[in-house]
Write a protein that binds this ligand. Structure first.
Ligand SMILES: *Cc1c(COP(=O)(O)O)cnc(C)c1O
Length: 376
């Protein structure tokens, strides 16, 4: 069975013009972390997301979260509320700054940060005299979190939101694009994301001053002087002009990529939806997910593993859902507000191959194997 071609979970998918824009960088010798591709890539993201946002292209989504926290004034010893059910890159930058993550569990409708637990946590931290400095909410697997509820809490308690949209470029709520809802949004263009620059990210914000601060900090925080003078600690976080060329090409095909990923999900749902043991995550009304990864919940941990191994046997990569941060060795000693939801999702959930470059026969192969686990 191993001789069948490998099916990856989520692999890069070039559109065609990427090489051309990269060549442009070479021809003009803009092999630098600045240049026309960077500006044009930022413009393309802005055009796509919203006329109201400003965009800073950076070296990674993780770098964007780090800068967002710093721009919002998070310092050593501060507390930051963070969705527990996510990839570790959402939370690591809190530790870069010496701040303390406080993890919040998910709710069932979107698998994202629970407004109820978030409010409980805010009240409890305030009572302890430790009002949190920021909220990191995540649109996991492309499904938007409950924007209205989270923004209402942010406003009521005056705590800014960092909107981790690393997995959600192309997702929206009531026609408004993800990454434009928070005080600061972040995007990722890592190799496995819906579009990629091989590695990269962006900070997205309606406040021009935040964008300018991000660019300043990302380019070594140089003061306005003829010599190199610094009154802030800076970083080297700007995106390379070569990689931004890949990004320009990818933005041209983003809508196709979203359509292809959504079609994968629809196929899985159509072919597996009749199995009463398998659950899918549906879009609440007004929510539009880019379906970055198609996920299923099985009836048990054992069954999830059985399916994962069966796929592996046939050279097909699948992956358990993200292990919640409050269960991670590096984070388990930080406070968390949990009701068991993400523990359960982690136990029973599986991400199926979801690339926009999967073929019909790839999908048939996958579904056939899962079917067999339920019928034989
Ligand atoms: C990928 C990802 C990040 C980090 O982005 P990088 O570009 O890989 O640094 C952050 N948060 C989430 C939810 C992600 O999936």
């Amino acid at each position: 069975m191993k001789n069948q071609t490998k099916i990856w979970l989520s692999s890069p998918h070039m559109g065609g013009n990427e090489q051309h824009y990269v060549d442009e960088a070479f021809k003009t010798n803009w092999i630098a972390p600045l240049g026309p591709n960077v500006n044009l890539f930022e413009e393309a993201i802005q055009k796509y997301v919203s006329n109201e946002v400003h965009v800073a292209a950076l070296s990674a989504g993780t770098a964007a979260i780090h800068l967002a926290l710093e721009i919002l004034g998070v310092q050593s010893g501060d507390e930051v509320l963070c969705q527990s059910f996510t990839f570790s890159a959402s939370a690591n930058p809190i530790r870069y700054l010496g701040a303390t993550p406080i993890f919040i569990d998910s709710e069932r409708d979107t698998w994202n940060i629970s407004p109820k637990l978030l409010e409980e946590a805010i009240l409890d931290r305030i009572e302890k005299g430790r009002k949190p400095k920021a909220i990191i909410a995540v649109h996991l697997y492309g499904m938007p979190y409950k924007i209205a509820e989270i923004n209402a809490l942010s406003k009521a308690y005056n705590i800014p939101v960092i909107e981790d949209s690393a997995e959600a470029l192309g997702s929206s709520v009531n026609g408004i694009n993800c990454s434009s809802f928070g005080d600061i949004g972040i995007l990722s263009f890592n190799g496995n994301k819906i579009i990629t620059t091989s590695g990269g990210g962006a900070l997205v914000t309606k406040k021009n001053e935040y964008k300018n601060k991000a660019v300043f900090l990302a380019t070594q925080a140089r003061d306005d002087a003829p010599h190199y003078q610094h009154s802030n600690v800076g970083y080297n976080y700007r995106m390379s002009n070569v990689l931004a060329g890949i990004g320009r090409g990818q933005m041209e095909v983003l809508d196709d990529r979203v359509a292809a990923r959504r079609a994968n999900f629809e196929y899985y749902k159509e072919e597996l939806g009749h199995l009463k043991e398998i659950e899918f995550l549906n879009e609440p009304s007004g929510f539009f997910s880019n379906r970055w990864l198609s996920c299923i919940l099985t009836e048990s941990y054992e069954k999830r593993e059985q399916i994962r191994y069966a796929l592996l046997e046939h050279n097909i990569e699948s992956r358990p859902l993200w292990k919640p941060m409050h269960l991670q060795p590096i984070f388990e000693n930080f406070p968390n507000y949990s009701d068991g939801t993400s523990d359960d999702l982690f136990k029973r959930g599986l991400c199926l191959p979801s690339g926009s470059n999967l073929t019909k026969s790839d999908l048939e192969r996958i579904v056939h194997i899962i079917h067999k686990e339920y019928t034989s």
